[in-house]
Design a protein around this ligand. Structure first.
Ligand code: GDP
Length: 534
């Protein structure tokens, strides 16, 4: 049966109740606090404060290293599943630091929607904008939460204007704040005609919710001071005249974002946002793949790896591949085909990430994120199916923006270093290039902080001190084209050539001029700054 509004087949109830999303925000806007309240309402934790240690965005370098040591924490925070009413929420964590943007991009391939948190006093900040642009590349539906309304905040119309103008997306208010700063008393729920009143005395108390019969209901005057009520009526009249109404289809297409106003720390507005995710946040969506997309309504299981985390347990060199299930009903012990190698894998100990704990996943459905421990077979961009040769698409690898040469402190340990580097490359933490001529490796990253993190991890996990040094190259491009043309190009440019960790040819240079020259002299050869991971 087709669903009228989306023109898509109706999904089995277990799949239709899943909501898989990420939270994007600028550091300090309140992502950690909101996550904590989600888990609280989801019954996944008993007390606020338990996820405090997991907030990644404000971490300094040393915090990050420490977190690397305490890997368990960051891993369980990578995906969190909890129930909310009849819904199963899968919240996927995005790395907070801007140096990890490639990782963030890939994380966003695994979700069906994003919650954008903004600070009511600051509006759209640099990192919000960047992350939003990444969501836009995939037309991800966005739900917005304007946080910290208990403090002095900007004018509501101004905030909405700013979102519309800076992000070029329509905004529809789902709630409307009443009063500002100290005088903020709560919100009017525009979608359900309710009055939500914030309790300043008890931060963990769910707001009092009063059913209202439209804005002329005399009940309003019992709860709202006259001046604020008059302003509310004026504001809402303007909203209904000027702003688009809630539209599930426009939300799904990523052209409209509903905005809720609240205060995460006061548990205010959070439940309404969660209701919004449940009611409007899309159910599991089709996933781009070749030769055909993976559809959530299919009964056969298919999924793909969007993240790999290695050395979670320092004693065993194990890795966990995070798999987004795109279709079907997965059961523990299932045999799935690893499409890249065509080998069948028996998935005997998959894990589900329930808030702070990991637990064995007996079953999972399309939309869920499961972790599959493995010894390196599973890489980012890999697809698992019940046999069909489907390959997920749209999980790119970006050309690194910074290159450095790396050497082992002890030259006898070059082989060890190679092994360590390959592992990080497969994890997606860095690009590793082996030059055709000369020794050593060239490591490429997106942000300078990653060099330090890598050096520290190689030292800790492999007991191998390393040195990063300036490289003679500053850019890397993948080489594509007909084999004959590529071979000729490689032969004539050996000093610039290297292979990446998948064995693909890479052209290294320090000059844009070189790249222009290749374009001119080798018309059949294509140099690209991204490569599909498959
Ligand atoms: P993150 O960096 O986005 O994860 O932000 P956090 O959740 O760590 O919050 C940053 C700071 O803002 C912390 O000091 C929080 O206590 C505070 N905060 C979060 N939500 C609110 C809120 O609703 N009102 C106020 N006044 N402060 C908040």
């Amino acid at each position: 049966m087709l669903d009228q509004s989306t023109n898509r087949p109706e999904l089995p109830p277990e799949i239709a109740r899943r909501r898989t999303f990420a939270i994007i925000s600028h550091p300090d806007a309140g992502k950690t606090t909101l996550t904590e309240k989600f888990l609280l309402y989801g019954g996944a934790i008993q007390m606020a404060g338990q996820v405090r240690a997991k907030g990644e965005s404000r971490r300094t370098r040393s915090d990050y290293m420490k977190m690397e040591l305490e890997r368990g924490i960051s891993v369980s925070a990578s995906a969190m599943s909890f129930d909310f009413g009849n819904y199963r929420f899968n919240l996927v964590d995005t790395p907070g630091h801007s140096d990890f943007s490639e990782d963030t991009y890939r994380t966003l391939t695994a979700v069906d929607a994003a919650v954008m948190v903004i600070d009511g006093a600051k509006g759209i900040e640099s990192q919000t904008q960047k992350l939003f642009e990444v969501c836009r590349l995939r037309d991800l539906p966005i739900l917005t939460f304007c946080n910290k309304m208990d403090r002095e905040s900007r004018d509501t119309f101004e905030i909405i204007d700013e979102i519309q103008e800076n992000l070029a997306i329509d905004v529809t208010p789902a709630s409307w704040p009443i009063g500002v700063g100290r005088d903020f008393i709560g919100c009017y729920d525009l979608l359900r005609d309710r009055l939500e009143l914030m309790d300043r005395a008890d931060r963990n108390k769910v707001a009092e919710s009063i059913s209202i019969n439209g804005l002329d209901d005399p009940k309003l005057a019992e709860h709202i001071p006259a001046d604020l009520l008059e302003k509310l009526r004026e504001d809402v009249e303007m909203v209904r005249e000027l702003m688009p109404p809630m539209d599930a289809k426009a939300l799904l297409e990523g052209t409209l974002t509903p905005i809720w106003f609240g205060s995460a720390i006061n548990s205010f507005g959070v439940k309404e946002l969660m209701d919004g995710i449940a009611n409007y946040g899309p159910e599991p969506q089709p996933q781009p793949a070749t030769p055909r997309p993976m559809m959530p309504e299919e009964t056969k299981v298919a999924g793909f790896v969007f993240k790999v985390q290695a050395n979670m347990d320092a004693k065993h060199r194990d890795r966990v591949a995070f798999v987004r299930l795109a279709s079907g009903h997965f059961k523990r012990g299932m045999k799935l085909t690893h499409v890249r190698s065509k080998k069948v894998m028996s998935i005997s100990n998959p894990v589900l990430f329930l808030a702070a704990d990991r637990e064995l996943a007996e079953e999972a459905w399309a939309g869920d994120i499961i972790g599959i421990p493995n010894h390196g077979q599973l890489r980012i961009g890999d697809t698992l199916t019940e046999g069909e040769a489907l390959r997920v698409t749209g999980i790119p690898s970006f050309a690194p923006e910074l290159l450095q040469t790396v050497r082992a402190g002890d030259p006898m340990k070059a082989k060890h270093l190679e092994k360590a580097l390959m592992q990080f490359a497969e994890e997606g933490a860095a690009k590793v290039f082996k030059p055709m001529i000369g020794s050593g490796f060239i490591v490429g990253v997106v942000g300078a902080l990653q060099f330090e993190v890598l050096a520290s991890r190689i030292e800790q996990e492999y007991n191998l001190p390393v040195r990063f040094e300036a490289s003679q190259f500053t850019s890397a491009r993948w080489v594509a084209g007909p084999k004959e043309a590529v071979d000729k190009f490689v032969n004539e440019n050996k000093g610039h050539m290297a292979t990446d960790n998948d064995g693909d040819s890479v052209y290294l240079t320090r000059l844009q001029w070189d790249i222009d020259r290749v374009v001119r002299d080798y018309p059949d050869v294509k140099l690209t700054a991204t490569k599909e991971m498959m």
